[in-house]
Ligand binder design. Structure first.
Ligand SMILES: Cc1ncc(COP(=O)(O)O)c(C=O)c1O
Length: 497
């Protein structure tokens, strides 16, 4: 018998030498602090050499290396080629910058390593408190349920799932969408983020059932066109299930008439979802919160804390007004997950009953510690600072003889382009694309690009707490220099059609 099995070993992944581990851990923290303290002197972005890329094609090692050696590889291969979003002159897409405190909290969360899917342990109480604070920040009803998720794409998916399941008079979770089911339709402006379309596709409703409604000159949803679209779908026997309002569109920061949308949804008995990825947090500012009026009437709201709360990735949040509908959309408790009323399998809140994930990390800690450390007033000041930076940039562009705004400035987003009299629209598109790529590739600054009314524009989204006014001045000076270099290169000499 004794030959059939051997006594199990006591091998572990814990360090053998805790003192040496402490020293290396402290070194890592010191190196990262040093890196961040000097980030301004770095290029915003740099290309990754081919020999570095080749290292990431190597097969998985069978034998160990020392932790010191692996860390050295991190320093040589990974640290020098970041995305750039820690840098004060990164304004691309809507990318957050992270914070030192948030990163330290992530380390603490990873060290404690709880699974916040459910159970009676303190991490779940921390998450519930963060969700309660989120409701306060947005002025959303305190009776709502909520969930921290990876980001706003996931938050939108959760909100639309509850909307879909609530729209029908049968058990969607049991019967699904197979067979002769009614056609469910959703409505959102043309400027709405692609994650809403993805959610429609993932929910089995198809992108064709997302009605993209035209916008007005401020790039807000046209309420009349929305009304007409809903009426026409009803006439065809479809079930309008959800209207998505934007609290800050990704392209231009436009805020839809949320009260107007709430009124339509109430009248038509349609779920009202707000995508407030970054804009929802402007509710912290007395100057901006009137523009968001109506958000508190939404059936669900999705937003991010890794954008305009500057927290390290990933952390988004969804709030749902009717917590029972929210729970009904996701709860499923196999025997091995029975919720007890005592012990570690007790607990008031099983977050796995409110979303897709069963196993979940301790995202809440970085939000909890940061909100405590900084206080909401400081967040409000930083958000205002970003809005002021967008206004400053706008005023400089408007005063510049060779630059023009390409969309009304809203919240923290500025869309503009460089213009040269006599150039065709196509030449201007190429000129501005080339300006943007050179800005990025030379590591000067990272705005991003988009299209507004089919024209290419440079787009700066301010959710960076490290930006200073001189960074914005440098952006504009660099654009001028690059524009004249590109003209000299005759780069844009494309035939005019
Ligand atoms: C308006 C809007 N909605 C949704 C998203 C998706 O958010 P995430 O990238 O956190 O999934 C974004 C991302 O920029 C956004 O701007």
């Amino acid at each position: 018998m004794s030959e059939l099995f051997s006594r199990p070993g006591n091998e572990t992944l814990d360090p053998q030498d805790w003192a040496a581990q402490t020293e290396l851990g402290q070194q890592m923290v010191a190196d990262m602090f040093d890196y961040l303290a000097n980030i301004r002197k770095e290029k915003v972005w740099r290309p990754i050499p081919d020999e570095v890329k080749a290292k990431f094609k190597e097969p998985a090692p069978l034998d160990p290396q020392t932790q010191e050696d692996v860390y050295q590889e991190f320093r040589d291969l990974i640290m020098p080629f970041p995305m750039g979003n820690l840098h004060p002159r990164f304004w691309g897409w809507v990318i957050g910058t992270g914070t030192v405190s948030g990163a330290l909290a992530e380390m603490l969360a990873a060290m404690l390593n709880p699974n916040t899917g459910g159970g009676e342990h303190v991490a779940n109480y921390v998450e519930q408190q963060v969700i309660d604070w989120c409701k306060e920040m947005l002025g959303y009803p305190t009776s709502a349920s909520g969930l921290l998720v990876s980001g706003c794409s996931m938050a939108n998916l959760v909100g639309l799932t509850v909307a879909r399941n609530s729209a029908v008079n049968y058990d969607m979770r049991r019967d699904g969408l197979q067979g002769a089911r009614p056609i469910l339709t959703a409505y959102a402006s043309f400027e709405t983020h692609s994650s809403i379309q993805k959610a429609m596709e993932l929910l089995g409703l198809g992108s064709v059932s997302l009605r993209k409604i035209p916008v007005n000159s401020n790039l807000q949803i046209d309420l009349e066109a929305l009304d007409m679209s809903i009426a026409s779908d009803k006439q065809r026997g479809f079930i309008p299930m959800c209207v998505v309002g934007n609290a800050g569109t990704v392209n231009t920061g436009a805020i839809d008439d949320l009260n107007g949308l709430a009124d339509i949804c109430k009248r038509e008995n349609i779920w009202f979802h707000v995508d407030g990825a970054f804009g929802a947090l402007a509710a912290l500012l007395p100057t901006q919160s009137p523009r968001l009026s109506g958000m508190e009437r939404a059936d669900s709201v999705a937003f991010d804390l890794h954008k305009w709360m500057y927290l390290p990735y990933e952390i988004g949040c969804v709030l749902v007004r009717d917590q029972e509908l929210h729970r009904e959309a996701f709860t499923l408790t196999p025997a091995y997950l029975t919720h007890n009323d005592r012990g570690p399998s007790g607990g008031e809140n099983w977050f796995s009953d409110f979303g897709i994930q069963l196993s979940r990390g301790f995202k809440a800690l970085k939000a909890w510690m940061s909100i405590k450390e900084y206080g909401l007033r400081k967040y409000a000041r930083l958000i205002q600072q970003n809005i002021d930076q967008a206004l400053y940039l706008t005023s400089k562009i408007e005063a510049h003889s060779h630059m023009e705004m390409m969309a009304p400035q809203s919240l923290n987003i500025v869309c503009f382009r460089y213009v040269i009299p006599g150039y065709s629209e196509q030449q201007l598109d190429r000129l501005n694309t080339e300006i943007l790529l050179r800005l990025q590739e030379q590591g000067i600054a990272v705005p991003s690009g988009t299209e507004i009314e089919e024209r290419y524009v440079i787009r700066a989204a301010m959710c960076n707490h490290r930006t200073r006014v001189e960074d914005l001045d440098l952006l504009l000076q660099s654009i001028e220099i690059l524009a004249s270099e590109i003209q000299d290169d005759a780069f844009v000499e494309v035939p005019v059609v």
